[in-house]
Design a protein around this ligand. Sequence first.
Ligand code: SAH
Length: 573
Amino acid sequence: MHNSHSVSSKQKPPQRLSPIIVVLNQVSVTTARQLMTALPGSQLYGLVGRTTDVDVSFTNFGDTVRQLYRDGVPMIGLCAAGILIRTLAPLLTDSKTEPPVVAVAADGSAVVPLLGGITGVNDLAEKIAAVLNVQPAITTTGKLQFNTVLPDPPTGYRLANPEHLKTFIADLIAGTSVSLDGEAPWLMASNIPFGANGRRTISVTTQAILGSSDQLVYHPTSLVLSIERPSQFTMTEWIEVMIDRLATAHLALAAVACIAIPKTPAGAAIAGIGAGLNLPMRLIEPEQLSNDLNDLTVINSDENLTIFSDTEPIDPNSIGQAQGKLTVVGTGPGSKQWMSPEVRATILAATDLVGYHTYLDLVKDLSTGKECHGSDNRVELDRSRLALDLAASGKNVVVVSSGDPGIFAMAAAVLEVLDQEAKPEWQTIDLQIAPGISAMQAAAAAIGAPLGHDFCAISLSDILKPWEIVADRIASAAQADFAIAFYNPISSHRSWQLTAAKEILMKSRSSTTPVILARNLGRSGQDVQVITLGELVPESADMRTVILIGSSQTRVIPRADGSSFVYTPRSYQ
Ligand code: SAH
């Protein structure tokens, strides 16, 4: 698990996400719902106050559309093309990575693919136009003339020499003759006028040919590399072995559909090869190995590595399963600006979201097309087991916590189940934790710097530990003069603990010690107050409050507007 960390977090394979439809008025909602029938997993975003019955309401059109674009989400705007263009204009730099963007007239009478010519916008536009029974306004020359887009071959084919495309297509449009060498149904179905002895060639081959401006080379992904004894080499050595063996056989790396490894801990330990070579990894149950690959032909084999091939492209999904991924993320205490970009991207890439209902609701706008497994707050271990099992079956699972996932939250619960129950298949999961801003940090920032010197965090909940331990810790922290963050200060079932905690604190800390009550941080109803320890009563807090208790050094500075800053100096005078 550890090995794969640096590799897998660096290089993420591009995801084809489900589209999001953005509407500005209620008339468009009907049209949008019609489109959604043909777009599985899609979600409807509507302008707040102007639309009802949408999946996600937004307030700022520009910010929403730009964020979706940055996230790489295919987008359909039921609005004027000009609005979309103007909104996205500052971001338009790389046509190879941009998501498809389509403008559709609010009444569904016109469909205009705007951006994403090589990421599938024409296909998306055609799908939408078919539902609306209109002709899409496709403007891509190659697509129009040859009914195919040479830069964006269908799944199962990879272009070896994109650098020669421009000249090649320009020659074709100018009427230069072209031959097809090899087989590809999508090329044969196109309008490209193939003949014998053309001056240009399109080759379809697994052979490692470089191509030129006279020869476009497409590699069908019809090879599988199978590793039977993964522990033989390290990950880096395996990468060298594979590149070497392909070179010896004159085969192109781009013709490899996937790498098959046994679904064992040793197999999972080298699963990072996939990210290293930008190829999908498939995990096969050891006893299934011959079953899953027996339709294929062995073309090259030794004791380390077998190269299989088929007569047509292989769908990696037909072999074994993907390596499961489980990321425990923290979304921050409340609003979206406190969610890290890593967490946002991880949630977007997930297939399954697991978490407490309330936390899943907070990320609803990122959950388009995903399975959401919501559960009650108190079933952390069941939830962890579910998440691990889903991941072991090959899903990309995200467990959603609020704040930081490692602070009184799900990361420890997942590791606890992994440790205690130790199912062998869980060892094949790529497990990661993605940090978030914890409630105490947000509370501290809202009021100044009360945690500026040594501090500790204590949960006042005695559900998972006996009160005597909590009481001992509070006493020790108070004696050691730590500033203290109290999490879970109170709940409907527990109200006496806060009073008991105060009594312990008062034994070694003055009743004038500053105390910060921070409620609903980053959410509507955020409220941050400064009181003294003497004033602290159970009614001061609820389960959405984090309480910061100052040390003997913590100071309050009044501000001109009547409010105050609270800070703890970094040194003792
Ligand atoms: N993982 C979370 C803590 C979960 S424990 C984190 O790192 O913040 C739940 C407790 O966290 C609550 O009882 C409350 O004390 C605190 N908390 C969580 N979110 C909060 C918020 N938005 N405002 C104030 N306190 C919050």
